[in-house]
Design a protein around this ligand. Structure first.
Ligand code: AVJ
Ligand code: FE
Length: 381
């Protein structure tokens, strides 16, 4: 018989799984490709890799383990706020063999620290309570894997990892009706499981009755929109005779009309919804609808088709009433305001463990490199 897996062993396994995924993504690439600046709005992969390791060093080794950093104040180069994406190619970041050793050395030290710490549900340090800081680290690596996949769309001949199976949603009505009145949204307290600070606290909102489409907008529907309205095609699309083709990673694949559309900006998503005689849902409506649709093991988001393409909402990224930054202001708080729009759900590139109804993603409304489409809503008739 094998030993019972302890919470610590489970954490170590999930850290290892996240790292395997990171290495799988870069396995086909050489150092030149890791260092190359492909786009001013995306970091070179070497920056993401160093940042993943540096974030781990900062939280799991320096903060929790009270160890000195391996490379002095190297961390300044990996501070996402201090270093905008367009500057990251020129920074004296770690590269090549040094970068690979840094990833491995930090991980070794993080596992040494893990062996020492007390992770119980009533641990004194809120960072350690219930393993919060480890969950944060694992989720962080997953999120950077998705960012890396955004960049990998620009690498000619790159073979993407297999996408999660897409079962067409079972037939049903076009829209789900959601009742008006009070709805609870947001994540429960941390004693009930991991969430980011921006998902908390759970609170009640008052919604007018509305309808939300049962499925996200498909490529086929989006083609009808661009052909009718003259709107720009999504990023990476090209016309080829009568067909639309996807040119990401240097490929020329026919667009599958049944898949949810991705690579559209918030402005384009909003324009599509109006063209269709509908509107974008607010993020509260989106979350109330997923909860009404019934999250389950097969589909933790409840809404059919959710989790294949991020869904733009009409909402600005704002703090919930009673918000408290934890564990640091630069995760969420510095982004609050009317600059960023909220996206909900998840995409084919999102780790399945991170799909939850309360998760809030955000980006600038003009961005198209993210794997984002939309689902339409309307006021109840
Ligand atoms: C939630 C995707 C907007 O990339 O800025 C990564 C995730 N935060 N490292 C971002 C994140 C810190 C975040 N997004
Ligand atoms: Fe980060």
């Amino acid at each position: 018989m094998t030993a019972q897996s302890s919470p610590k062993a489970a954490i170590a396994d999930r850290l290892a799984e996240a790292r395997r995924r990171t290495y799988e993504l870069i396995e086909p690439l050489d150092d030149e490709q890791l260092n190359r600046v492909y786009s001013p709005i995306l970091s070179p992969l070497a920056w993401d890799l160093g940042h993943i390791a540096n974030f781990e060093e900062l939280w799991l080794v320096q903060t929790v383990g009270a160890r000195e950093p391996l490379h002095g104040d190297l961390g300044r180069l990996y501070d996402a706020i201090e270093n905008p994406r367009k500057t990251r190619g020129e920074l004296p970041i770690l590269r090549d063999a040094e970068l690979r050793s840094y990833l491995a050395d930090v991980r070794e030290r993080a596992l040494d620290v893990l062996a020492e710490v007390e992770l119980s549900a009533d641990a004194e340090d809120p960072l350690l309570r219930g393993g919060f800081v480890y969950e944060m680290l694992i989720a962080h690596e997953h999120q950077h894997n998705e960012t890396m996949l955004q960049l990998l769309q620009l690498v000619d001949g790159y073979e993407p990892p297999p996408r999660p199976a897409t079962e067409p949603p079972p037939p049903g009505p076009e829209a789900l009706a959601v009742e008006g009145g009070e709805h609870e949204i947001g994540a429960p307290g941390l004693e009930r499981g991991f969430s980011y600070d921006n998902e908390r606290p759970r609170h009640t909102v008052e919604l007018a009755p509305f309808e939300i489409d049962r499925t996200p907008v498909s490529n086929g529907a989006y083609i009808a929109f661009i052909e009718d309205s003259g709107a720009e095609p999504p990023l990476y699309w090209q016309r080829d005779g009568g067909d639309w083709i996807d040119t990401a990673m240097g490929r020329r694949d026919r667009i599958d009309p049944d898949l949810p559309v991705i690579h559209v900006s918030w402005h384009e998503a909003d324009a599509y919804a109006r063209w269709a005689g509908k509107r974008l849902p607010s993020e509260r409506e989106w979350e109330a609808a997923t909860i009404a649709a019934g999250p389950n093991d097969d589909n933790p988001l409840g809404l059919p088709g959710a989790g294949r393409a991020w869904e733009w909402t009409s909402s600005d990224f704002l703090a919930y009433p009673g918000f408290a930054a934890f564990p640091y202001e630069e995760y969420s708080q510095v982004f609050f305001g009317d600059t960023y729009k909220v996206l909900r759900g998840g995409s084919w590139a999102t780790h399945r463990d991170d799909l939850r109804p309360s998760f809030r993603n955000w980006d600038l409304p003009q961005r198209r490199q993210i794997f984002a489409g939309l689902r339409c809503a309307r006021d109840a008739r």
